[in-house]
Design a protein around this ligand. Structure first.
Ligand SMILES: Cc1cc2nc3c(=O)[nH]c(=O)nc-3n(C[C@H](O)[C@H](O)[C@H](O)COP(=O)(O)OP(=O)(O)OC[C@H]3O[C@@H](n4cnc5c(N)ncnc54)[C@H](O)[C@@H]3O)c2cc1C
Length: 391
């Protein structure tokens, strides 16, 4: 059954309010959370969770005409959904965020024929998409070999979902074609040779179940129709950096999970009357709620600013502040949870140690220092008063 995502009157997305839908989504997320420990192992992937998300219609939730239609200003709704999936299992949230990101890039840059085909892959065949951009020294090149054909060479690191992804969006340097630059392509995995994956690359602190292996694309041949957009579209602002609010939302879900688990643990121990425990929980509560205010404001502002064609620099700066604030919030929530539950709380089968490892690792996102420096540049170059900067 497809789940409808009801919306609160204040514009914040939520899965509350409409009886049955609320229960269905809660049940689905609980199912994903309950299964999380089973795939917290290297070489495992939460396949079941993605089947459940597909059955609930949540793989296609941003497609035209669906609950959080990407053609409409719906950022605030999708951010809340990403957060809730992240709270259930951060690895599932990571891979789901990549899927939503790929579909958004298709919405922005694909031709109508390509949209028909790729949207069909999600709608009818429930195929998982992802975005694989990170690479080491042996990164991807895309050589034009004539007759509208292209040959790939090189590898990507951190390919979340690895071989479970049937439509990876991969970027690389386009060479030998009339245009040069950083080109996106979407690999039709069943029509090309098998993509070798190096799972020995993936021995992480946390996020094991995201299966973010190294993948080698050397020898894969593609058609013109597999290329998405023009060279360098991938880095176009505000979409490139603005997308950081999506991973921030997933991260905040991890902090919410820690908060909920801490309350459950303290109740199970009969320790909720203690004044210091209450003080810690109070701090966690306001930290998390300020995180929610960040993602709700970022979603709503992005919707307004993208619709009105506002300055890309302002949108990027707000997204940069959001991801930085949420990183800080998560880094403060984690030790509060640890101190509250103590050593015995930090042992399996309780979920704290897994969520702690996952969140610590997932907080490491690209260019954190440069992001802060860029916020500083924006506010120093801007002559507006503090009360006008973000309106
Ligand atoms: C669980 C997980 C899943 C992921 N999945 C994907 C995926 O599916 N697709 C994808 O494309 N990517 C993925 N990534 C990669 C992610 O997008 C980032 O690229 C990666 O996490 C950044 O790695 P890093 O912290 O080692 O970066 P670094 O850039 O090395 O940053 C580490 C530190 O060095 C600093 N630094 C950076 N550059 C310099 C410099 N020149 N001089 C001095 N200091 C510097 C940074 O500010 C930071 O403090 C994933 C990452 C994780 C953790």
């Amino acid at each position: 059954m497809e789940i409808q995502i009801p919306i609160l009157a204040d514009g914040a997305a939520t899965m509350s309010s409409l009886g049955m839908d609320k229960d269905s989504i809660k049940e689905l997320l609980k199912q994903i959370a309950d299964a999380a420990a089973r795939t917290d192992k290297e070489k495992m992937f939460p396949e079941d969770a993605f089947e459940w998300l597909a059955e609930a219609g949540l793989l296609s939730v941003t497609l035209p005409g669906k609950q959080t239609d990407c053609q409409l200003p719906e950022n605030d709704h999708i951010l809340q959904l990403l957060k809730r999936v992240g709270a259930a299992n951060l690895s599932v949230g990571r891979v789901y965020e990549g899927h939503i990101n790929a579909l958004n890039l298709i919405h922005l840059y694909a031709t109508s024929e390509q949209k028909k085909s790729w949207y069909g892959d999600v709608n009818q065949q429930k195929k998982l998409f992802s975005v694989w951009n990170t690479q080491a020294n042996d990164g991807v090149k895309l050589f034009s070999i004539g007759n509208g054909r292209y040959r790939m060479e090189g590898a990507k690191t951190f390919c979340s979902g690895a071989g479970w992804i049937k439509r990876p969006l991969v970027t690389g340097q386009l060479i030998g074609a009339s245009k040069q630059g950083w080109q996106m392509c979407i690999i039709p995995t069943e029509r090309v040779q098998a993509i070798p994956q190096d799972d020995s690359f993936w021995q992480p602190l946390g996020m094991r179940a995201s299966a973010s292996y190294k993948m080698d694309f050397t020898g894969i041949e593609l058609d013109e129709t597999d290329l998405l957009g023009q060279p360098d579209d991938y880095y176009k602002q505000p979409y490139f950096s603005g997308g950081a609010v999506r991973f921030a939302a997933v991260q905040l879900g991890g902090a919410e999970a820690l908060f909920d688990e801490t309350r459950t643990f303290l109740a199970s121990m009969g320790r909720t009357d203690d004044v210091l425990q209450r003080t810690r929980l109070a701090e966690m509560a306001w930290l998390i709620e300020s995180g929610n205010q960040w993602i709700n404001a970022a979603g709503a502002k992005m919707d307004t600013w993208l619709t009105s064609g506002s300055d890309a620099d302002k949108i990027v700066t707000y997204a940069n502040m959001t991801r930085t604030a949420i990183e800080e919030i998560c880094l403060r929530v984690m030790p509060l949870a640890e101190r509250s539950v103590g050593a015995r709380g930090l042992m399996r089968p309780l979920p704290f140690e897994r969520i702690h490892r996952d969140l610590t690792f997932y907080l490491r996102q690209p260019a954190p220092d440069a992001t802060i420096v860029d916020v500083g540049r924006y506010v120093l170059d801007n002559q507006k008063g503090a009360n006008e900067l973000w309106y």
